[in-house]
Design a protein. Structure first.
Length: 214
């Protein structure tokens, strides 16, 4: 029996990762129509776009100014347009704070791979990019986690678990040691890698390639 795993390395504050998630969903729909007997297992993994970000984050305006300067307008205009095509209404103007994402990634890490993890990833993307939630704020992270279906007890435990946060940092480092320098990064059956928010059809091609030797 053929199996297919899809490991997605991403960051919850990466707009192209949100785009990549939508395109992966499109790819999975195409795949299901072609191969109803093979259900891929999708697993999400940690990557920090800003690994040196202070734990409390910084003001978003300062971050954008330092990182992009005068190019910010054109950069966000492009991703906003792509988002509209996929049903993502990016609201960059609502984001007041650029967060450290270790705790957010820890919420993803403790979620069971599959639907539960997908709901958590989606809730964090939506909270940050659509609702302007502060992902450094424990109360807002709790609200997002519970919205995704996590119990308040597990959410609180995750937010306060320093050992788990260290494991999350280790996962980020492991991705870098694999040579991953940008996200989203997709790994199919641990042998076919694809960097970037590619179109759904391209992702399906990679899925076929990953199954070729099975």
């Amino acid at each position: 029996m053929k199996t297919l795993t899809i490991d997605v390395v991403s960051d919850v504050v990466c707009p192209w990762c949100y785009v990549g998630k939508r395109r992966l969903e499109g790819a999975l729909a195409l795949w299901a129509a072609e191969h109803p007997d093979i259900t891929p297992e999708v697993r999400w993994h940690t990557f920090q776009l800003n690994p040196d970000m202070p734990q409390e984050g910084i003001e978003r305006a300062e971050y954008v100014r330092n990182k992009f300067g005068d190019r910010a307008g054109s950069i966000y205009e492009r991703v906003t347009g792509v988002g509209e095509e996929l049903g993502i209404d990016f609201a960059f103007d609502r984001i007041a704070r650029q967060p450290n994402t270790v705790v957010a990634h820890s919420l993803i890490a403790v979620s069971e791979a599959g639907e539960a993890q997908d709901r958590m990833v989606e809730a964090l993307f939506k909270g940050y990019f659509l609702d302007g939630k502060d992902l450094t704020d424990a109360v807002q992270l709790m609200e997002i986690a519970v919205t995704a279906g996590m119990t308040p007890e597990l959410a609180l435990q995750t937010l306060e678990d320093g050992a788990l946060h260290t494991q999350t940092l280790d996962s980020d480092q492991a991705a870098r040691e694999m040579g991953i320098t940008g996200v989203p990064f997709f790994i199919f059956n641990r042998k076919v890698g694809l960097s970037g928010a590619h179109e759904s059809e391209t992702l399906v091609q990679a899925m076929h390639e990953a199954l070729a030797d099975q």
